[in-house]
Ligand binder design. Structure first.
Ligand SMILES: Cc1ncc(COP(=O)(O)O)c(C=O)c1O
Length: 405
């Protein structure tokens, strides 16, 4: 399929290019001493991609350890309530450890093992990436340091306990807003001192090349499975596909299965308390081009041009930028990026729980809320939503802050 001059039949061969660019976005803006480390990771990644041993080992792990493929479920009661649109969810909440994050963590940890590294380092916001990486580290026998802001440590206490039980070292980040951006800063700092023995397993399609490409490729299993399952269930493609966007890994994984199809794609960013800078984290909607954490993308800036403070009820979405491939697809118009606020999210959290018996992660509830809104606008057709994770981690926080609705 050709879309605005881009041939999506061959898209994955050309994007990113060999320097890690998706159009003008991406690249590797890093300290000179890390250049060699990034090249080592890129070379190792391209070697293992072509190795049938690695590919079959990852397939075995996905089947026997992660419980893949995760199902697609038809939301019969919710669809009935909304009219004539049929809603479906891809159940990444049923992926082992409760979210899509394990898809790239098992790949990254397998890569670490192949490279002879002893340790994995990462940041986490909602704690899902931290739990997933701690799970992968336990599975492969690697040391694991997870950097997490103090605010998120309090908010996502169940996931902090899970990481510790799994043997990870949770390092509290106490500077700045004490959320996801500061956790990434701290994890990058640690990695720049330990890169000889460790690998930075970034938690989304972010960071310098090759991470946005690698994480997308590992996550594309979500979209590839979902496309086949949806076709098997309905005999056709969905009219629309919806996913929430923090850094953008669950969305990129899902969209990868449908980029070359005549399917409308929607990425949902957090509007938080409203459109005032500082009250949301909708970087693609309100941001401008800028470089942070080693990549060029679209970001929210303060008056000095630095990353702006951001907020969302979802700890996994409050990041002032998004992956460079999303910035590219945004400018191209292939994906529509829109927003959902905290209130709409909490409503969707309870609606999905009550009508379908599925408690979504607050991050995923953004996508559910948007799917519900879109269903009313569309009037007929079908929507496939990526349910990126389960809401166990959020239950105490939601009940304390919002009560039972
Ligand atoms: C369940 C869930 N969904 C979505 C996200 C957002 O990340 P991404 O945009 O990389 O999928 C997170 C981040 O922690 C998460 O835990």
């Amino acid at each position: 399929m050709n879309f605005n001059g881009i041939d999506f039949d061959t898209y994955f061969k050309h994007y990113p290019d060999d320097k890690g660019y998706f159009g003008k976005y991406g690249g590797a803006y890093i300290a000179p001493e890390l250049k060699a480390a990034m090249e080592e990771i890129t070379d190792a990644y391209f070697t293992i991609c072509k190795s049938s041993k690695f590919v079959s080992e990852l397939r075995r792990i996905r089947r026997e350890f992660q419980g893949r493929p995760t199902p697609v479920s038809y939301l019969e009661r919710l669809s009935g309530k909304l009219g004539n649109v049929q809603l479906y969810v891809k159940r990444e909440d049923l992926n082992h450890s409760g979210a899509h994050k394990l898809n790239h963590c098992m790949g990254e940890a397998l890569l670490a093992k192949f490279m002879g590294k002893k340790k994995v380092i990462a940041e986490t916001g909602a704690g899902q990436h931290g739990v997933a990486l701690a799970t992968a580290a336990a599975y492969f026998g690697l040391e694991c340091d997870i950097y997490m802001g103090s605010v998120d440590i309090k908010k996502q206490a169940p996931n902090v306990a899970r990481m510790k039980i799994l043997g990870a070292n949770v390092v509290e980040v106490t500077h700045g807003l004490q959320t996801l951006k500061e956790a990434v800063d701290a994890a990058f700092d640690a990695y720049s001192k330990e890169y000889k023995d460790a690998i930075y397993c970034i938690g989304s399609v972010l960071g310098p090349h090759p991470f946005p490409m690698m994480v997308r490729d590992f996550q594309s299993v979500v979209g590839i499975e979902a496309r086949e399952q949806f076709m098997g269930m309905t005999g056709e493609l969905p009219d629309a596909v919806v996913a929430c966007v923090g850094g953008g890994s669950n969305a990129m994984g899902m969209f990868a299965g449908f980029l070359n199809d005549p399917v409308a794609l929607y990425g949902v960013e957090p509007l938080g308390k409203g459109p005032t800078l500082g009250d949301h984290a909708a970087s693609l909607k309100y941001g401008t081009e800028g470089i942070m954490h080693g990549f060029n993308s679209i970001m929210l800036k303060d008056e000095n041009g630095d990353p702006a403070p951001v907020y969302s009820v979802a700890s996994g979405l409050d990041y002032p930028s998004s992956g460079p491939e999303h910035a590219f697809l945004h400018d191209l118009g292939r994906v529509t990026y829109d927003v959902i606020d905290d209130e709409e999210t909490i409503d969707a959290f309870f609606t999905l729980s009550r009508l379908e018996g599925i408690i979504p992660a607050i991050e995923s509830a953004h996508a559910v809320a948007y799917g519900m809104k879109l269903a009313k606008q569309m009037g007929k057709g079908s929507i496939l939503i990526n349910l990126s994770g389960r809401g166990d981690k959020d239950m105490d926080y939601v009940i304390e802050k919002y009560g039972i609705r």
